[in-house]
Design a protein. Structure first.
Length: 91
């Protein structure tokens, strides 16, 4: 969704609030970069302060939890790698 940046900012903001999406997920859905999603959040501050406050809360929550998601992803990666390694050794 390229179009008008102001309208996109509102659409991205509503999506983030409704779904609790991360910046990366929202960027993928709207076909823009992560930097653009962050800029859209800044645009919301002047365009729709109420929505900006809601988006900011979701983004701060996601930012605070990102180390947990990253740790879990790394754990799954190494568990999968270990299981694959065992299967290969047995053959």
């Amino acid at each position: 969704m390229k179009g008008d940046p102001e309208e996109r900012a509102v659409a991205v903001g509503r999506y983030i609030v409704r779904t609790g999406a991360t910046v990366r997920a929202a960027a993928e859905v709207f076909g823009v970069s992560k930097s653009t999603v962050w800029k859209d959040q800044a645009r919301l501050r002047s365009r729709d302060p109420g929505l900006w406050g809601e988006v900011r809360q979701v983004m701060l929550k996601n930012k605070a939890e990102r180390h947990l998601r990253g740790g879990e992803a790394t754990k799954q990666k190494y568990l999968h790698s270990a299981q694959r390694h065992c299967i290969i050794k047995v053959k």
